[in-house]
Every structure is written in C-alpha cells, then in structure tokens.
Design a protein around this ligand. Structure first.
Ligand code: SAM
Length: 651
C-alpha cells in the first residue's frame, strides 16, 4: 500500500522524472501537445452517451495534471460546459503539492482553476480521492497507486481514455496486458482512446482487448501516435464474490430518505446536487436529533499502525470531509480547522503512536509527533502528554452541518415516523405511525439503529451504543483552548464560551437520561487530558449540562452502505458457503430489494464517513464512477453480514 512520491529534477524549465528518466511532457509546448494527442482525437467537446449529462475521462498517469487542466479549460469554452465531467486519473508517484504548484507556475500560460485543485490536492500516499468542483461541473477522482491495481478496483463506464505513461521502453508496466484488460473492462462500445506512442506492443495489446486501433501524425518531432475505439460488447464480469454485485438502476428523479441525521442529510445533499428531488422523512421535530445532535464533534481520523480497510475508509473519508467542508463553508462558521491533538495518555498508546510513525505510511502534512510542550503551545493550555497532531483536522457542529446540507431547493423535510415499507406495482408505499401513506420509487434508509426495524432489513446487526457529552455553562472557564484535544475522550475549543467534552461509551445503557455518573466519567477523562481546564471547572463548582444519544454501531465497526439484499434469496443462493467458503458460483447474481438502499452504522465516526458514503450512494444511484475502491465498497456492503454468517454456519 505504500508508494513513493515523484522524484522530480528540473532540466531548465522542464520537470523530469528521476524514477523513469523521462520528461513529464513536451518541453517546448506541453499544452499544445496535450491538445493534439489527447483532447482533439477524443473530441472532448462531446457529451457522453448517457443522457449527455456526464462525460467520463480516465487517464493512466496524472503527473502534473496538464491534460486535466487542458481538458477543463477547453470544455469551459465549449457548449458542453453544462455536462458534468468525471475525470479519473491513476498516479503511482504523486507529485508533492509544492512540486505541483511549481510545475503549474512554470507553464506560464493561463491554466484556469489551478488554485481549485491545489486547495484540495491530497497529501497522502495511496487510495482513491474524489475532489469536487461544483462551479465548473467537474469532479476529479485521483487513484494514488499503481494504475493496474487502481483500475482493477474502479467501478465506472469510461467514455474516453488518455493513455499517458512514460515511454513503453522506460515504463513497461503502464502498457501491460493486465492494464489493457482493466481498460477494456471499464470501456463500452464507442469508448475512445488516444496516446502519444505508436509502439506496436501498445497497438497490438489494445487490439487484443477489443479496440480498433489506427495511427495518425504525432506531435512535434513524433512521427506517429495511436488512437482508436472500443468495438466489443460489454461482457458481464465474472466475480468470485457475486454477493457483492451492485444492482443497476435508472437515475431516479426523486428519492425518499428515512432519517434526518448526518447520514440522511449528507445523502440528501449529494443527490440534490445532482438534480434529484429528495424528501427526508424524520420522526423528530428537527434534524440531527439523534447521534448527530451534539454541539461539536471532532473531525479527525484515528489512524491504524499499518493500513487496514477501516483505516483506509477513515483516511479517504477524512480528506473528503475536509475538502467538502472547505467548499460548503469557507468562512468556517459551522466548523473549525483548528487541528486535533491525539494525546498518548498511556504507555500502550505511546508505543502505538511511535510504531505508526515509524512505519511511515502517513505524510507529516497529515500527522506529526509533538512533545507535551509543543502541544501546550499549539493548544494554549497545559498538556502533560506527548502525542500526535493533525493540522488539517478540527471540529464540526453536526447540527449546523445537517441544517446547511438540507437548505437546498431540491430537498424537502417532512416529520413522520415510518412504520412499514411495502413494494407493489413498481413503487414503494411507506406507512407512517399515524396511518399516512407516502409513495416513492427509491428509498435510502438512514435511520441509524432503527434501519433494521423493517422486515426487508431485519437481518442487519445494528447496535445502539449510549453516549453522553458534558457541556459547561457559558464562561465557566476562561482558559483558552485553540485546538481539539483527544485523549480517552475529547474536548473542543469553546463554542459560544461553552466547552463540550466527553463522551461516554455505554454498551448497555437503554435510556437517554443525563446521569451524574456519566458527567463524572467525562470529568475524569478531562482531568487526565487537560488538567488546567479541569481544575478551573472544579474550583467554580459549576453545574454541567449534558446530552445523551445513541450511536449506531455494527459488529465490525464499519458503516453499512449500499443496496438492501433479499435475505431469503441470499440464504438459498449462497448456502454452499456453509460447506466451503471458497465455493465458486456460476450464475449466482445477488438479488436486492428494488431501489432500496441503506446508509447507516457510522458509530461515532459519522463526520468522516457520512459525506463520502453519501457521495458513494449518490454515484451508485446515478450510474456514475464510484469514489471508493471496490474492496472498500465490499467492506461496507450491507450483504456482508449474511455472507459471514453463512461461512460461520451461524445461519
Ligand atoms: N499526464 C501527465 C501530465 O499531464 O503531467 C504526464 C504523465 S507522465 C508522462 C507519466 C506519469 O505516469 C508519471 O506521473 C508517472 O509517475 C506515472 N506512472 C508511471 N508508472 C505508473 C504506474 N504503474 N501506475 C500509475 N502511474 C504511473
């Protein structure tokens, strides 16, 4: 999973790769080369075949993004600017953001929207990262890792391929039969490609997977280049895990979401941004009334020592949420990018943090070691423990976030408690407790631990975990605090002069009464992490307020996001797994309830997992490229529990 950054040397004004001993682009006229080799042969002014609403371009080597910038510039001047552009690019050696800025500034020509990308450019060494630029109707999904590995994890229907590695003799893995097979899997009849090379190995390799290939004059001194069209029919892919298949849907005109917490509001926003009309049905009088209703929540990812699926989701989700919030609320009225300190309050945690840093999976721009003294300086408060510091992290007001996400002309909120779902005649009927009916074509269940209250989803193992936060009266403490502190619990900088800290974690708690015992637990954690603020509160003998709610958790602590499986069908169809977990199934397509989706189980991580999960669901529903790797989508697939239980012979 670890990949190395680009090692760039400069030869006069040209960026040159030390790893591949080749130039990033034509040194004399890179922009015109990009036009000649990539944009013109693929006619990027066209819309896509799907409703002319989206155009999906995929590139094999993102490098400095020259082709990307040239593409958005060209499209901005064409009649297709209303078409949404999905630009996907793999990159094995991501350029650091400082080199990135240097290259762009050297190009001298005006590449519009550079700063948009620079502001969101991910400083992380691996994984999928979706950056969204609503003002120019574009999203850029960067796949950091080897192109073959990354594209084998992508789910998309690509319209255009820009094949741009270093030359085949210097960079053979970028022109391999394995990569060509992935390119073919992601193509459809009519998909086009172009590349600067006319090497026969490349032409033959692309022909072998279904492209009709021709040559034309190349750019500058290059005699010939190659281009072509995919002419084969799309063949269904055989999967060794058919139960994780994703149902095909028609892009909905309207979607009903049950539950108005962070999961529901994020999903509503992602769909509404795509022009889908959304109705949120929320049982409480206001949004964010359950686990998403705290005044402040910490926005950061607790990273594992070595990458895990959960760590990968949290890191991608954290980076996505930060970029998302930067665009949604640049003034930081509902959040603050004040950084998060994660204290090493025990020997075990200190050694865990040290191992994590020694393993070197995360760049220092993401996480740094700091001494207690340094952390005290950053926080402007006495801290007795060393720890990690996440400079881009901070806190968010989940209630304000939910309200902002749903202030959208395509979103309507109604108050009702849905008690029953019934699908008949191609449509869902929802019955509420007071007998009202609501009809719709598509449903997303975002109602936390109650998502399994319906017969269709009763098999989901969701668990409600009680948590209480404590809130000080205004000005109970005059100590400043400039950053979020996480130890055994967390405390955020004061909001409207009140500190919010906690939270308890109570697996057995059944009710939401505020208890003195839980306040004491929160105070004990505070004393350990921030003794000065704790001392001040104790001296003033203040009365704490509190808020208790249930978080919705799952046995593997991963959220539940995707289509709702038909339980009985899974049990019948995949029963052989009880005898052999490696059983190969022929023709064992997964069956799902029609247009019924789930987004729940975010535990206390909703601030980093809800926005990316919402983007995933909205992309699934609208037939767009998915923003996460297939392995990670499988790891949060609602079907996983049935399959695990079959293998364990527990059902
Ligand atoms: N399109 C780029 C631009 O506009 O700057 C130039 C691309 S440069 C010729 C080739 C890129 O492919 C480099 O950034 C290189 O790091 C990347 N690359 C090389 N091998 C790769 C691989 N196996 N997977 C993904 N990227 C790779």
């Amino acid at each position: 999973m670890t990949i190395s950054r680009a090692d760039i040397i400069w030869r006069s004004a040209t960026p040159f790769s030390n790893q591949y001993n080749d130039a990033y682009f034509n040194t004399i006229d890179g922009l015109n080369e990009s036009l000649h080799v990539f944009l013109e042969p693929n006619n990027v002014d066209r819309g896509s075949s799907i409703f002319d609403k989206t155009l999906i371009i995929a590139e094999t080597g993102f490098g400095s993004g020259l082709n990307f910038f040239q593409t958005i510039k060209t499209r901005a001047h064409s009649h297709t600017k209303m078409t949404w552009l999905h630009y996907i690019a793999a990159e094995k050696h991501p350029i650091s953001s400082s080199d990135f800025q240097k290259i762009l500034s050297k190009l001298k020509k005006n590449l519009t929207n550079q700063s948009l990308v620079i502001n969101q450019y991910p400083e992380t060494p691996y994984g999928f990262h979706r950056l969204i630029f609503p003002d120019i109707s574009t999203s850029l999904t960067l796949l950091f890792g080897d192109a073959t590995e990354c594209y084998s994890q992508l789910l998309a229907n690509v319209d255009i391929w820009y094949l741009d590695g270093f030359s085949p003799s210097k960079n053979p893995e970028m022109w391999s039969p394995e990569l060509f097979r992935e390119i073919a899997r992601l193509s459809k009849p009519g998909t086009t490609f172009s590349t600067f090379t006319s090497a026969s190995k490349v032409r033959k390799g692309l022909e072998a997977v279904g492209f009709e290939v021709r040559k034309q004059p190349g750019f500058g001194k290059k005699r010939e280049m190659s281009l072509g069209t995919f002419t084969k029919d799309k063949t269904p892919i055989e999967s060794d895990k058919p139960w994780f298949g994703i149902p095909e849907t028609d892009t909905p005109e309207a979607v009903t979401i049950i539950g108005g917490g962070l999961a529901g509001c994020s999903t509503a926003h992602s769909l509404a941004q795509r022009g889908v009309k959304v109705t949120i049905i929320e049982k409480a009088q206001r949004l964010a009334s359950g686990g998403s209703g705290n005044r402040q929540g910490a926005l950061y990812a607790k990273l594992p020592i070595s990458p895990t699926k959960q760590g990968e989701l949290h890191l991608s989700g954290f980076l996505y949420s930060v970029n998302f919030l930067k665009q949604l609320d640049p003034q930081q009225t509902l959040w603050s990018q004040c950084g998060v300190a994660q204290l090493a309050t025990s020997d075990k945690e200190r050694s865990r943090q040290q191992q994590m840093l020694d393993n070197g999976h995360y760049p220092s721009t993401l996480v740094q070691h700091k001494t207690a003294l340094e952390l005290s300086d950053i926080a402007d408060s006495t801290i007795k423990h060393d720890g990690l510091f996440f400079p881009d992290a901070g806190w968010v007001s989940p209630i304000d976030l939910c309200n902002t996400l749903t202030s959208h002309p395509n979103i309507e909120v109604i108050q009702a408690q849905v008690s029953d779902l019934n699908f008949s005649n191609g449509c869902w009927a929802l019955t509420s407790n007071d007998g009202d009916m609501h009809h719709c074509s598509h449903i997303v269940l975002c109602n936390a631990e109650l998502a399994n209250q319906f017969q269709e989803t009763a098999h989901l193992p969701l668990k409600a975990i009680r948590g209480q936060v404590s809130i000080t009266p205004p000005s109970a403490s005059t100590s400043p605090l400039n950053t979020v502190i996480c130890g055994d619990g967390y405390i955020s900088p004061a909001l409207n002069k009140r500190f919010c800290f906690g939270a308890t974690f109570d697996l057995k708690g059944q009710n939401l009464d505020i208890t003195a015992t839980d306040h004491q637990k929160n105070l004990d954690k505070l004393a350990h992490a921030l003794p000065s603020i704790h001392k001040e509160l104790m001296e003033k003998e203040i009365t704490l307020e509190g808020r208790a709610a249930f978080r919705c958790s799952t046995p593997d602590y991963m959220p539940v996001v995707g289509a709702a499986p038909v339980y009985e069908h899974f049990i019948d169809n995949y029963s052989k797994l009880r005898q052999d977990k490696n059983w190969r199934f022929d023709d064992a397509k997964a069956k799902h309830h029609p247009n019924l989706f789930i987004n729940t189980g975010h535990g206390s991580k909703g601030l980093i997992t809800c926005p990316i999960s919402a983007e995933l669901l909205a992309s699934m529903l609208c037939n767009e490229p998915l923003p996460l790797p297939k392995d990670l989508i499988d790891a949060i697939n609602p079907s996983r529990f049935i399959i695990k239980n079959l293998i364990k012979q527990a059902i």
